[in-house]
Design a protein around this ligand. Structure first.
Ligand SMILES: [Zn+2]
Length: 70
């Protein structure tokens, strides 16, 4: 998954995020990518925070998708 935007000629940084599903609390290792200039910046931190807050594991995401269809 990519945090922020990465321009074609920008250096990428790969990092791991300890994600937890916001619904079932299951822990999921998240392999993330960000651009070098964005990594560690204030908007980056906010985005990570919101991402973690809204994160759903694959199972819960599927359940939500089915529920949204009804
Ligand atoms: Zn879940």
């Amino acid at each position: 998954m990519i945090i922020g935007k990465i321009d074609k000629n920008e250096k990428k940084i790969s990092f791991q995020l300890n994600l937890k599903c916001s619904k079932c609390q299951k822990k999921v290792p998240g392999g993330m990518k960000s651009s070098e200039s964005y990594f560690g910046s204030e908007p980056f931190k906010i985005e990570i925070k919101n991402f973690k807050k809204n994160y759903l594991c694959g199972i819960c995401r599927d359940k939500k998708r089915i529920a949204d269809k009804k």
